[in-house]
Design a binder for this molecule. Structure first.
Ligand code: 1DF
Ligand code: MN
Length: 347
């Protein structure tokens, strides 16, 4: 049973895949020279494993039609903000990645045109193709009507604070669209102890990788260089709000001591950037203590709902969030208001 509520439920980290990207992933799995244990674990599972969960997710990822809409109706989700699933096109060579991104964006745009009240698109992009990436971002926003760009954490071991990605950040700021920094598995240089214990995926490794990436962007001074740029991170902030006190203390101490050549002084404390340049979604965390903590730390106007369909399509969890004992206005902001503002939704 779906509760009747006086807000719309907008889910903001929802995933799909195209046939060509899925085929590309299957080719990489066959290619013994593609040495990425995280990718092999992730897409070995969702691409080929015969468990009912893996098969159901594989099928749902490929639907932008009745299957997906039926699942949304059954869970009480009014609207999905959708992006190409992780790791997007970022595992392919730059030319292949760019052409797969264009095709994925076209297919998603077609679905959004068909179901304007149900779907909003986030643009896939090949960050390692810094000539084409800003052009595709512009096309996706201005021609296809997308309202965000999704980047699945590192690109072949490289992070967005590195100088080669400046054109992508500049384009996002200029186009006035947020970058959804979505998880993927950590790169080969970091993943060994995670894989040994089965912890490289959504259980924990995703958050370590993506939290690290967000923090690199902040302490690397990206928001001092691009002050209007906005990021979105999922999973109740990839644990960063919980760490914030200690991060600020240790960052201040390291900067004052000039301990690291790479760690330059910032204009503001780390928390300032979380509160002014970062939005958080609840993807996969239908849990009042964590959601409320995020609202307290970075603001009610910066925390929004996500389901993480189809990876965590658990209709009862919608009810857990409906039942949160927080002020009505804060709940409306969480489910609807913040997303409407961030993604400029007008349906
Ligand atoms: C999983 C979770 C996979 C999330 C995802 O994309 C993903 C998973 C491949 O359960 O393995 O987006 N997630 O965001 O939590
Ligand atoms: Mn996700």
């Amino acid at each position: 049973m779906i509760n009747k509520v006086d807000y719309q439920r907008i889910a903001t980290e929802e995933a799909f895949i195209t046939k060509d990207v899925l085929d590309g992933y299957m080719r990489l799995l066959q290619d013994s020279s593609f040495d990425d244990p995280g990718f092999r674990s992730l897409w070995g599972y969702f691409g080929t494993h015969q468990s009912p969960r893996a098969r159901a997710i594989n099928e749902a990822l490929q639907s932008l039609g009745d299957l997906r809409l039926g699942h949304m109706d059954a869970a009480g989700i009014d609207h999905q903000v959708i992006g190409l699933t992780a790791p997007g096109v970022q595992v392919f060579d730059p030319a292949t990645a760019s052409s797969l991104a264009v095709d994925a964006n076209d297919q998603l745009a077609e679905a959004c045109r068909k179901h304007p009240t149900r779907y909003t698109g986030m643009a896939a992009v090949a960050p390692h193709d810094p000539i084409n990436a800003p052009k595709e971002m512009e096309r996706a926003v201005k021609k296809l009507g997308f309202r965000a760009v999704i980047i699945n954490s590192h690109t072949l071991g490289h992070y967005l604070d590195e100088p080669q990605f400046a054109p992508v950040l500049e384009a996002a700021e200029a186009l006035d669209v947020p970058i959804y920094l979505h998880p993927q598995t950590a790169p080969p240089s970091m993943i060994k102890p995670f894989v040994e214990a089965g912890l490289e995926g959504a259980i924990y490794g995703f958050a370590c990788e993506t939290g690290l990436h967000m923090l690199r962007v902040i302490v690397g001074g990206v928001f001092d260089r691009f002050p209007k740029l906005q990021f979105i991170i999922g999973h109740t902030g990839e644990a960063l709000p919980y760490w914030l006190y200690r991060i600020e203390f240790m960052h201040g101490a390291a900067v004052r001591a000039q301990r690291y050549e790479s760690m330059k002084p910032l204009k503001h404390p780390v928390g300032h950037y979380l509160r002014n340049n970062v939005y958080i979604t609840s993807s996969g965390v239908a849990w009042q203590p964590a959601i409320e903590f995020c609202q307290k730390i970075i603001g009610v106007d910066r925390v929004m709902y996500a389901m993480d369909y189809p990876y965590q399509h658990v209709p009862e969890e919608v009810g857990f969030c409906d039942a949160m004992t927080i002020p009505d206005a804060d709940k409306r902001a969480f489910f609807e208001g913040v997303a409407r503002k961030v993604f400029k939704l007008n349906f």
